[in-house]
Design a protein around this ligand. Structure first.
Ligand SMILES: [Ca+2]
Ligand SMILES: [Ca+2]
Length: 329
């Protein structure tokens, strides 16, 4: 459409009043392709003069296309409200209608993505809740949102948490067990205000959004490598991983920075792996006649690009290593 006529307030009537005469602040914002225009009336005003409703009478008059042709005579002065266009506005869309997905992007940060057609305006931190894997009984009162940051374009929001989740997005809630499960986000009504003025409906815990793992695996927080058995070393990661072989592992003598070689039959083996081969604990066997021995080396390095979690996130980029330092028990 011709952007000058598309955005001219004189070309629209709301309840028989030209937009130019409607009290308060009225703006007309064309879409990027100039095929549509967003009319905003009194956004943010505490003294709202006009609220769109199903029976609002909205008419378009002298809008032209890019070539200068006026609107089809069947459309001029037609009540768009009567055609049902206005009734498409939903004041309380389902939470999952407005939010596409939730990613865990660091140990204490989640990223929310708005679905196409919705943009975030405000998020009430107190109305965002968490549970274990859509459980009605394993709620997580210990996990709360302390900070909300919405991007200027409204398409994403970052929530900062008061506690750290695991590198695969898990947390142990208020249930009796001590098992951590994947975190689900659920919400009270009005948790998210959208730029169109709508507020999201409540989302029950059992329909919560499980977070998607976007966090790199690391070495386990509690354990460095365990060298207590001759000829082998046990290494542990922060979450189940796989993808590396003995070729991706090097042993280094820190005093000389000398790289040592493994012997014949050297291997790396998962301990307690799942059916797909992922495990948090791995044992590196040095092999027969290896240079590597407890007396000569106390560091094992694994190529970070080969250490992959279940979601496929690598532990690092090219040239990065996960380094395990000797710990004798
Ligand atoms: Ca991960
Ligand atoms: Ca639990």
């Amino acid at each position: 459409m011709d952007v000058a006529t598309l955005t001219n307030k004189a070309n629209y009537l709301i309840n028989s009043t030209p937009l130019a005469d409607v009290p308060g602040t009225v703006t007309l914002t064309p879409a990027g392709d100039n095929k549509s225009v967003t009319i905003t009336v009194n956004r943010g005003s505490s003294d709202t003069q006009l609220t769109f409703a199903n029976n609002t009478d909205l008419r378009v008059i002298a809008v032209k296309d890019a070539a200068g042709n006026t609107l089809s005579s069947t459309q001029v002065n037609a009540n768009l409200g009567a055609a049902g266009l206005i009734s498409k506005f939903v004041s309380d869309p389902a939470f999952t209608e407005a939010v596409d997905k939730v990613e865990v992007i660091s140990k204490n940060q989640l990223k929310l993505y708005a679905r196409s057609g919705y943009l975030f305006s405000r998020i009430d931190a107190n109305k965002i809740k968490f549970t274990e894997n859509e459980s009605a009984t394993a709620l997580i009162p210990g996990l709360q949102v302390t900070e909300v940051s919405i991007t200027d374009d409204g398409k994403t929001a970052t929530l900062t948490l008061n506690n750290n989740v695991t590198t695969d997005g898990k947390f142990d809630g208020s249930d009796a067990d001590t098992d951590a499960n994947v975190v689900s986000l659920y919400a009270d009504a009005n948790a998210i205000t959208l730029t169109n003025g709508a507020k999201t409906a409540a989302l029950v815990a059992t329909r919560g959004l499980n977070v998607i793992d976007k966090t790199a695996p690391t070495k386990a927080v509690t354990a460095d490598s365990d060298w207590s058995t001759a000829g082998q070393v046990t290494i542990k990661f922060s979450e189940p991983v796989k993808g590396f072989t003995i070729e991706d592992i090097t042993a280094v003598k820190p005093s000389t920075k000398e790289t040592l070689t493994f012997g014949t039959g050297a291997s790396v083996t998962a301990v307690g792996q799942d059916s797909n081969g992922y495990a948090t604990t791995w044992v590196v066997n040095f092999g027969k006649d290896a240079d590597v021995a407890l007396a000569t080396v106390d560091t094992v390095k694994v190529d970070a690009t080969k250490v992959l979690d279940l979601a496929g996130n690598p532990a690092g980029t090219t040239g990065e290593f996960i380094t395990f330092t000797a710990k004798q028990s």
